[in-house]
Design a binder for this molecule. Structure first.
Ligand code: AMP
Ligand code: MG
Length: 328
Protein backbone atom coordinates (compact mmCIF):
# COMPACT_ATOMS: atom_id res chain seq x y z
CA UNK A 1 0.00 0.00 0.00
CA UNK A 2 1.40 3.37 -0.93
CA UNK A 3 -0.05 6.85 -0.52
CA UNK A 4 -0.98 6.52 -4.23
CA UNK A 5 -4.68 6.31 -3.42
CA UNK A 6 -4.38 9.80 -1.90
CA UNK A 7 -3.51 11.54 -5.16
CA UNK A 8 0.01 10.22 -5.46
CA UNK A 9 1.86 11.83 -2.59
CA UNK A 10 2.35 11.44 1.12
CA UNK A 11 1.81 15.18 1.62
CA UNK A 12 -1.82 15.07 0.51
CA UNK A 13 -2.44 11.88 2.48
CA UNK A 14 -1.15 13.31 5.74
CA UNK A 15 -3.13 16.52 5.29
CA UNK A 16 -6.38 14.64 4.54
CA UNK A 17 -5.95 12.30 7.50
CA UNK A 18 -4.83 15.09 9.85
CA UNK A 19 -7.91 17.13 8.96
CA UNK A 20 -10.15 14.14 9.57
CA UNK A 21 -8.58 13.40 12.96
CA UNK A 22 -8.72 17.07 13.96
CA UNK A 23 -12.43 17.17 13.18
CA UNK A 24 -12.90 14.09 15.34
CA UNK A 25 -10.69 15.53 18.10
CA UNK A 26 -12.86 18.66 18.27
CA UNK A 27 -15.87 16.44 18.95
CA UNK A 28 -13.93 14.43 21.56
CA UNK A 29 -12.95 17.67 23.32
CA UNK A 30 -16.55 18.87 23.31
CA UNK A 31 -17.75 15.58 24.82
CA UNK A 32 -14.98 15.68 27.44
CA UNK A 33 -16.16 19.14 28.52
CA UNK A 34 -19.76 17.94 28.96
CA UNK A 35 -19.23 14.43 30.38
CA UNK A 36 -22.02 13.07 32.57
CA UNK A 37 -23.61 9.65 33.15
CA UNK A 38 -25.48 9.74 29.81
CA UNK A 39 -22.09 9.95 28.09
CA UNK A 40 -20.69 6.63 29.27
CA UNK A 41 -21.42 2.92 29.42
CA UNK A 42 -19.51 -0.09 30.71
CA UNK A 43 -18.61 -2.79 28.17
CA UNK A 44 -18.90 -6.52 28.83
CA UNK A 45 -15.16 -6.65 29.63
CA UNK A 46 -15.84 -3.97 32.32
CA UNK A 47 -13.87 -1.32 30.42
CA UNK A 48 -15.54 2.07 29.91
CA UNK A 49 -16.92 3.32 26.59
CA UNK A 50 -18.04 6.90 26.14
CA UNK A 51 -20.03 8.87 23.61
CA UNK A 52 -16.65 10.15 22.38
CA UNK A 53 -15.31 6.65 21.55
CA UNK A 54 -18.33 5.84 19.40
CA UNK A 55 -18.73 9.31 17.86
CA UNK A 56 -15.06 9.50 16.86
CA UNK A 57 -15.27 6.00 15.37
CA UNK A 58 -18.28 7.09 13.30
CA UNK A 59 -16.58 10.29 12.08
CA UNK A 60 -13.28 8.63 11.19
CA UNK A 61 -14.85 5.53 9.57
CA UNK A 62 -17.18 7.76 7.54
CA UNK A 63 -14.23 9.93 6.46
CA UNK A 64 -12.16 6.89 5.49
CA UNK A 65 -15.04 5.50 3.43
CA UNK A 66 -14.75 8.67 1.31
CA UNK A 67 -10.95 8.92 1.23
CA UNK A 68 -10.16 5.23 0.69
CA UNK A 69 -13.38 3.28 0.03
CA UNK A 70 -11.61 0.02 -0.79
CA UNK A 71 -9.58 -0.35 2.41
CA UNK A 72 -11.34 -2.20 5.26
CA UNK A 73 -11.21 -0.98 8.85
CA UNK A 74 -10.64 -2.70 12.16
CA UNK A 75 -11.74 -0.42 14.98
CA UNK A 76 -12.24 -0.92 18.70
CA UNK A 77 -15.91 -0.15 19.25
CA UNK A 78 -18.94 -2.27 18.40
CA UNK A 79 -22.08 -0.77 16.87
CA UNK A 80 -24.14 -2.83 19.38
CA UNK A 81 -23.86 0.05 21.86
CA UNK A 82 -26.20 1.97 19.50
CA UNK A 83 -28.82 -0.81 19.37
CA UNK A 84 -31.31 1.29 21.36
CA UNK A 85 -31.48 4.18 18.91
CA UNK A 86 -33.91 6.13 21.10
CA UNK A 87 -31.82 5.75 24.26
CA UNK A 88 -29.91 8.69 25.75
CA UNK A 89 -26.50 7.26 24.83
CA UNK A 90 -27.30 6.73 21.12
CA UNK A 91 -29.09 10.07 20.78
CA UNK A 92 -26.10 11.87 22.28
CA UNK A 93 -23.79 10.07 19.83
CA UNK A 94 -25.98 11.09 16.89
CA UNK A 95 -25.94 14.74 18.02
CA UNK A 96 -22.16 14.76 18.50
CA UNK A 97 -21.41 13.12 15.14
CA UNK A 98 -23.63 15.65 13.39
CA UNK A 99 -21.41 18.47 14.70
CA UNK A 100 -18.76 17.19 12.28
CA UNK A 101 -20.97 15.47 9.66
CA UNK A 102 -24.31 17.34 9.58
CA UNK A 103 -25.74 15.26 6.72
CA UNK A 104 -25.51 11.87 8.49
CA UNK A 105 -28.78 10.37 9.78
CA UNK A 106 -28.85 7.79 12.61
CA UNK A 107 -28.82 4.83 10.18
CA UNK A 108 -25.75 6.20 8.40
CA UNK A 109 -24.00 6.81 11.73
CA UNK A 110 -24.67 3.24 12.88
CA UNK A 111 -23.42 1.99 9.48
CA UNK A 112 -20.23 4.05 9.80
CA UNK A 113 -19.48 2.59 13.25
CA UNK A 114 -20.27 -0.90 11.95
CA UNK A 115 -17.89 -0.44 9.03
CA UNK A 116 -15.28 -1.90 11.34
CA UNK A 117 -15.39 -5.60 10.68
CA UNK A 118 -12.09 -6.71 9.30
CA UNK A 119 -9.19 -7.98 11.36
CA UNK A 120 -7.69 -10.31 8.77
CA UNK A 121 -7.36 -8.44 5.49
CA UNK A 122 -3.65 -7.96 4.57
CA UNK A 123 -4.23 -4.22 4.03
CA UNK A 124 -6.44 -2.50 6.60
CA UNK A 125 -6.84 0.55 8.76
CA UNK A 126 -6.66 -0.01 12.51
CA UNK A 127 -8.39 2.60 14.61
CA UNK A 128 -8.56 3.26 18.32
CA UNK A 129 -11.09 6.10 18.40
CA UNK A 130 -10.24 7.13 21.97
CA UNK A 131 -7.05 5.43 23.05
CA UNK A 132 -6.62 5.89 26.79
CA UNK A 133 -10.33 6.16 27.60
CA UNK A 134 -9.43 6.24 31.29
CA UNK A 135 -7.18 9.26 30.66
CA UNK A 136 -9.99 10.86 28.70
CA UNK A 137 -12.34 10.34 31.66
CA UNK A 138 -9.89 11.78 34.17
CA UNK A 139 -9.17 14.83 31.98
CA UNK A 140 -5.67 13.64 31.07
CA UNK A 141 -3.95 12.42 27.94
CA UNK A 142 -5.70 10.41 25.25
CA UNK A 143 -5.20 9.90 21.53
CA UNK A 144 -7.15 9.23 18.38
CA UNK A 145 -4.95 6.59 16.82
CA UNK A 146 -5.16 5.53 13.17
CA UNK A 147 -2.74 3.14 11.52
CA UNK A 148 -2.62 1.59 8.08
CA UNK A 149 -1.23 -1.94 8.12
CA UNK A 150 0.01 -3.84 5.06
CA UNK A 151 1.30 -7.41 5.19
CA UNK A 152 1.93 -7.34 8.92
CA UNK A 153 3.62 -3.91 9.10
CA UNK A 154 2.32 -0.42 9.77
CA UNK A 155 2.92 1.71 6.64
CA UNK A 156 1.13 4.87 7.76
CA UNK A 157 0.25 6.16 11.22
CA UNK A 158 -1.44 9.22 12.65
CA UNK A 159 -2.02 10.25 16.27
CA UNK A 160 -4.18 13.16 17.35
CA UNK A 161 -3.18 13.99 20.92
CA UNK A 162 -5.66 16.66 22.07
CA UNK A 163 -3.93 17.37 25.42
CA UNK A 164 -0.36 17.64 24.05
CA UNK A 165 1.34 20.51 22.24
CA UNK A 166 1.72 24.16 23.18
CA UNK A 167 -0.50 24.96 26.19
CA UNK A 168 -2.16 21.53 25.73
CA UNK A 169 -3.98 22.77 22.65
CA UNK A 170 -3.47 19.57 20.73
CA UNK A 171 -0.88 17.99 18.49
CA UNK A 172 -1.09 15.77 15.42
CA UNK A 173 1.75 13.41 14.56
CA UNK A 174 1.95 11.46 11.30
CA UNK A 175 4.41 9.08 9.68
CA UNK A 176 4.58 7.04 6.51
CA UNK A 177 7.02 4.19 6.08
CA UNK A 178 10.38 5.46 4.83
CA UNK A 179 9.48 9.16 4.86
CA UNK A 180 10.04 10.20 8.49
CA UNK A 181 7.67 11.47 11.16
CA UNK A 182 6.12 14.94 11.31
CA UNK A 183 3.93 16.93 13.67
CA UNK A 184 1.82 20.04 13.62
CA UNK A 185 -0.10 21.97 16.23
CA UNK A 186 -3.86 21.39 16.14
CA UNK A 187 -5.36 23.90 13.73
CA UNK A 188 -1.94 24.74 12.31
CA UNK A 189 -0.72 24.32 8.76
CA UNK A 190 3.06 23.88 9.03
CA UNK A 191 4.59 20.46 9.60
CA UNK A 192 7.79 19.95 11.60
CA UNK A 193 10.03 16.88 11.55
CA UNK A 194 9.94 14.75 14.69
CA UNK A 195 13.20 13.27 15.95
CA UNK A 196 14.00 10.99 18.88
CA UNK A 197 16.37 11.99 21.71
CA UNK A 198 20.12 11.82 21.16
CA UNK A 199 20.88 10.65 24.73
CA UNK A 200 23.82 8.27 24.71
CA UNK A 201 24.11 7.27 28.36
CA UNK A 202 21.80 4.81 30.16
CA UNK A 203 21.90 7.03 33.25
CA UNK A 204 20.06 9.67 31.20
CA UNK A 205 17.20 7.38 30.15
CA UNK A 206 13.77 8.82 30.92
CA UNK A 207 10.98 6.24 30.99
CA UNK A 208 7.28 6.61 30.19
CA UNK A 209 4.67 4.04 31.14
CA UNK A 210 0.91 3.63 31.62
CA UNK A 211 -0.90 5.34 34.45
CA UNK A 212 -2.90 2.13 34.86
CA UNK A 213 -0.91 -0.47 36.78
CA UNK A 214 -3.15 -3.16 35.26
CA UNK A 215 -1.77 -2.24 31.80
CA UNK A 216 1.96 -2.25 32.58
CA UNK A 217 3.89 -3.60 35.58
CA UNK A 218 5.11 -0.56 37.53
CA UNK A 219 7.16 -2.60 40.00
CA UNK A 220 9.11 -4.36 37.24
CA UNK A 221 9.81 -1.10 35.43
CA UNK A 222 11.17 0.41 38.67
CA UNK A 223 13.56 -2.53 38.86
CA UNK A 224 14.56 -2.03 35.20
CA UNK A 225 15.28 1.61 35.95
CA UNK A 226 17.43 0.66 38.99
CA UNK A 227 19.28 -1.96 37.00
CA UNK A 228 20.11 0.52 34.25
CA UNK A 229 21.05 3.23 36.74
CA UNK A 230 18.55 5.62 35.15
CA UNK A 231 18.05 8.61 37.41
CA UNK A 232 14.79 10.29 36.37
CA UNK A 233 11.44 9.30 37.88
CA UNK A 234 9.22 7.58 35.27
CA UNK A 235 6.52 9.72 33.67
CA UNK A 236 3.07 8.12 33.61
CA UNK A 237 0.51 8.95 30.94
CA UNK A 238 -2.40 7.23 29.25
CA UNK A 239 -2.61 6.27 25.58
CA UNK A 240 -0.23 6.30 22.64
CA UNK A 241 0.85 9.78 23.71
CA UNK A 242 3.67 7.67 25.26
CA UNK A 243 4.89 6.78 21.76
CA UNK A 244 4.56 10.45 20.78
CA UNK A 245 6.67 11.42 23.80
CA UNK A 246 9.50 9.06 22.78
CA UNK A 247 9.24 10.11 19.10
CA UNK A 248 9.57 13.80 20.07
CA UNK A 249 12.64 13.21 22.23
CA UNK A 250 10.91 13.99 25.55
CA UNK A 251 11.63 10.47 26.87
CA UNK A 252 14.00 7.73 25.74
CA UNK A 253 11.93 4.62 26.48
CA UNK A 254 8.31 3.51 26.72
CA UNK A 255 7.94 0.25 28.64
CA UNK A 256 4.79 -1.84 28.50
CA UNK A 257 5.58 -4.82 30.71
CA UNK A 258 2.98 -7.62 30.94
CA UNK A 259 0.91 -7.69 34.10
CA UNK A 260 -0.74 -11.05 33.57
CA UNK A 261 -0.23 -14.18 31.50
CA UNK A 262 -2.39 -14.47 28.41
CA UNK A 263 -3.00 -10.77 27.69
CA UNK A 264 -2.44 -10.03 24.01
CA UNK A 265 -1.85 -6.47 22.86
CA UNK A 266 -4.36 -5.04 20.39
CA UNK A 267 -3.12 -3.84 16.99
CA UNK A 268 -4.99 -0.53 17.35
CA UNK A 269 -3.10 0.24 20.59
CA UNK A 270 0.26 0.20 18.77
CA UNK A 271 0.19 0.48 14.95
CA UNK A 272 0.24 4.26 14.65
CA UNK A 273 2.52 4.95 17.61
CA UNK A 274 5.06 2.26 16.74
CA UNK A 275 5.49 3.58 13.18
CA UNK A 276 5.83 7.17 14.41
CA UNK A 277 8.64 6.18 16.81
CA UNK A 278 10.41 4.13 14.14
CA UNK A 279 10.17 6.90 11.57
CA UNK A 280 11.44 9.41 14.15
CA UNK A 281 14.60 7.29 14.39
CA UNK A 282 13.70 4.97 17.27
CA UNK A 283 13.17 1.22 17.68
CA UNK A 284 10.10 -0.76 18.76
CA UNK A 285 10.07 -4.43 19.78
CA UNK A 286 8.36 -6.66 22.28
CA UNK A 287 9.97 -7.49 25.64
CA UNK A 288 12.03 -10.25 23.99
CA UNK A 289 13.44 -7.91 21.35
CA UNK A 290 11.25 -9.31 18.54
CA UNK A 291 9.64 -6.96 16.03
CA UNK A 292 5.89 -6.36 16.44
CA UNK A 293 3.79 -8.57 14.15
CA UNK A 294 0.66 -6.78 12.93
CA UNK A 295 -0.58 -9.58 10.68
CA UNK A 296 -3.65 -10.21 12.89
CA UNK A 297 -6.07 -8.13 14.94
CA UNK A 298 -3.87 -8.69 18.00
CA UNK A 299 -0.11 -8.93 18.47
CA UNK A 300 -0.53 -12.61 19.27
CA UNK A 301 3.12 -13.44 18.55
CA UNK A 302 4.47 -10.73 20.87
CA UNK A 303 4.60 -10.04 24.61
CA UNK A 304 4.54 -6.48 25.91
CA UNK A 305 6.26 -3.60 24.13
CA UNK A 306 9.54 -1.69 24.42
CA UNK A 307 9.85 1.48 22.35
CA UNK A 308 13.06 3.48 22.63
CA UNK A 309 15.11 6.17 20.91
CA UNK A 310 17.07 3.28 19.41
CA UNK A 311 20.58 3.87 20.62
CA UNK A 312 20.27 1.91 23.88
CA UNK A 313 17.45 -0.40 22.85
CA UNK A 314 19.42 -3.62 23.36
CA UNK A 315 20.48 -2.49 26.86
CA UNK A 316 16.84 -1.84 27.79
CA UNK A 317 15.67 -5.21 26.40
CA UNK A 318 18.47 -6.95 28.31
CA UNK A 319 17.54 -5.21 31.57
CA UNK A 320 13.86 -6.07 31.09
CA UNK A 321 14.76 -9.70 30.45
CA UNK A 322 16.94 -9.85 33.54
CA UNK A 323 14.19 -8.38 35.74
CA UNK A 324 11.43 -10.59 34.34
CA UNK A 325 13.59 -13.72 34.49
CA UNK A 326 14.33 -13.06 38.14
CA UNK A 327 10.59 -13.13 38.82
CA UNK A 328 9.96 -16.59 37.34
P1 AMP B 1 -2.67 2.80 28.26
O1 AMP B 1 -3.44 4.07 28.11
O2 AMP B 1 -1.33 2.84 27.60
O3 AMP B 1 -2.62 2.31 29.67
O4 AMP B 1 -3.42 1.71 27.40
C1 AMP B 1 -4.78 1.66 27.18
C2 AMP B 1 -5.06 0.34 26.50
O5 AMP B 1 -4.68 -0.72 27.35
C3 AMP B 1 -6.51 0.08 26.20
O6 AMP B 1 -6.82 0.54 24.90
C4 AMP B 1 -6.62 -1.45 26.28
O7 AMP B 1 -6.74 -2.01 24.98
C5 AMP B 1 -5.28 -1.89 26.85
N1 AMP B 1 -5.32 -2.87 27.94
C6 AMP B 1 -6.39 -3.36 28.62
N2 AMP B 1 -6.00 -4.31 29.52
C7 AMP B 1 -4.64 -4.45 29.40
C8 AMP B 1 -3.66 -5.27 30.02
N3 AMP B 1 -3.97 -6.16 30.99
N4 AMP B 1 -2.37 -5.14 29.62
C9 AMP B 1 -2.03 -4.25 28.67
N5 AMP B 1 -2.92 -3.45 28.04
C10 AMP B 1 -4.22 -3.53 28.39
MG1 MG C 1 -6.88 1.78 23.37
Amino acid sequence: MSPASFGGDFGSMRVAIAELLEQAADVARAVQAELDDAHRLTKVDASPVTVADVSVQAIVCHGLSKLAPDIPVLAEEDADVLADRDGAFARTVFDQVRRACPDLDPAAIVAAVARSNDGESPVRWVLDPIDGTKGFLRGGHYAIALGLVADGHPVFGALACPAMGRDGNGLILVAAHGTGAFEREAGGTSWHPVQVSAAADVADLRLVESVERAHSAHGASAQVRDRLGAVAEPVRMDSQCKYATVARGDAEAYLRLPTRPGYVEKAWDHAAGALIVTEAGGRVTDIHGAGLDFSGPTLARNRGVIATHGRLHDDVVEAVQAVLDSKT
